[in-house]
Design a protein around this ligand. Structure first.
Ligand SMILES: *Cc1c(COP(=O)(O)O)cnc(C)c1O
Length: 407
């Protein structure tokens, strides 16, 4: 707009690519020393120019240069085409970030959330937010009619995930954003599994994008963190106010680690996804495997949608679909548990998104707190196994699974 007013050409300048922004936005050279990696600012407080006069930073809960650097990088990575991200906020954990979103709500407000949202989000909504008089309806987010039907006059937020857990469902979030806009409801999505490398939901009209930075953004299983990115300036200001008032900010060391992780995010996620695609294909043809759920396979229930929403702008034969695989091994709960326990490279652990591959059994681990009948309802069978594919050589990963299945 301003450019036009100044009489410039109509063409927007070409934005640098995703990888370039991941390295150069936010990580500006330190003017004092020329250091190409900015120093980590551990200071809790900042000297002011005068009483009642405020410098750029005053106190590290309100703002810290190392946090600003991370937030600028992330805001740039969440922007897409003409859809600019107004800004990002870095929280102490992913849960703190989701909690900040729920603090936008008031007593009597209603939330529509996906049936397969992250267990921690489910617990937050049902065992913390309920005490503030916030009501929740869970719906199958792949059923657009069900999403719309669940909206009540008091509905203020629709909360979903770009990729569900553990059955890796892919909801039509651009369509959900449209439904929400028609009803004047805010939308928030957890894009932890999708990552900004493969999915940028602000460009679909989603209002708030959340990540557990503990996972792919950090990418090395060595720090916790959570982020929010929003398209609207006023919404950013309200969330910043909540964060500053309640205090769940990300510490400088973790900000640095997540910033470092972002520099290789695209590289890691693409390589991990390529390995995951090959592993998923191999698993699908394995005699011990009953079913494989992977968004890149044509057998995935939302395969077409996944091809539309993942890695937009990349030709089909180069598209990446994330590095999470869920599959059913032939056998009882015990047989499957043994297989998970017998891997040597895949670590038996919850969490995901790091360079080392992880394996877990949802029925006994990530989703153990569900009642057995709820697990059945959500398709979390005893024989389900979830993989987070890392950066190891694919042959080593295949061999590891092969020997674990046989043991
Ligand atoms: C891990 C995770 C969270 C919670 O993040 P923390 O950093 O552990 O608080 C939320 N959503 C998803 C999808 C996750 O995997």
């Amino acid at each position: 707009m301003t450019k036009k007013a100044q009489g410039d050409s109509d063409r927007e300048p070409l934005a640098p690519g995703f990888r370039t922004r991941a390295i150069h936005v936010g990580g500006e050279v330190d003017p004092a020393t020329g250091a190409v990696v900015p120093p980590i600012h551990f200071a809790s407080t900042f000297r002011q120019p005068g009483a009642g006069q405020w410098g750029q930073y005053d106190y590290s809960r309100s703002g810290n240069p190392t946090r600003t650097a991370l937030q600028s990088t992330l805001a740039s990575l969440e922007s897409e085409g003409t859809q600019h991200c107004a800004g990002a906020l870095a929280f102490s954990t992913g849960m703190a970030a989701i909690h900040a979103v729920t603090m936008l709500l008031r007593s009597g407000d209603h939330v529509v959330a996906g049936t397969d949202i992250y267990g921690g989000a489910y617990r937050l909504l049902h065992q913390i937010c309920d005490a503030s008089g916030i009501r929740v309806t869970l719906v199958d987010m792949t059923d657009l009619d069900a999403v719309e039907a669940a909206i009540q006059p008091e509905t203020k937020l629709i909360w979903g995930e770009t990729v569900g857990n553990p059955r890796l469902t892919v909801p039509d979030l651009p369509a959900i954003a449209n439904i929400a806009k028609r009803h004047g409801v805010m939308t928030g999505v957890d894009n932890t599994f999708g990552t900004p490398a493969l999915m940028r939901p602000l460009s679909w009209g989603i209002d708030i994008v959340m990540h557990s930075a503990t996972k792919y953004l950090g990418g090395h299983s060595d720090c916790l963190g959570g982020t929010l990115a929003v398209a609207d300036r006023d919404l950013l200001d309200r969330l910043y106010f909540i964060q500053n008032a309640t205090g769940a900010v990300l510490d400088p060391m973790s900000c640095f680690l997540v910033s470092r992780g972002l520099k290789t995010l695209d590289l890691r996620v693409r390589e991990q996804s390529a390995t995951a695609m090959q592993l998923a294909t191999w698993l699908e043809s394995h005699e011990r495997v009953r079913t494989v759920i992977y968004p890149g396979l044509v057998s995935h229930p939302q395969s077409e949608l996944a091809h539309r929403l993942f890695d937009q702008g990349t030709p089909n034969d180069h598209k990446r679909f994330g590095a999470m695989i869920t599959f059913e091994l032939d056998g009882s709960l015990e047989t499957v548990r043994d297989a998970c326990q017998n891997t040597r490279l895949f670590h038996l652990a919850v969490s995901l998104g790091a360079v080392e591959s992880l394996i877990e059994q949802p029925a006994t681990m990530s989703h153990a707190s569900y009642a057995p009948e709820d697990r059945a309802k959500h398709g979390i069978t005893d024989s389900l196994i979830r993989l987070s594919v890392g950066l190891e050589n694919i042959d080593d990963l295949k061999n590891d699974l092969q020997q674990a299945f046989g043991a």
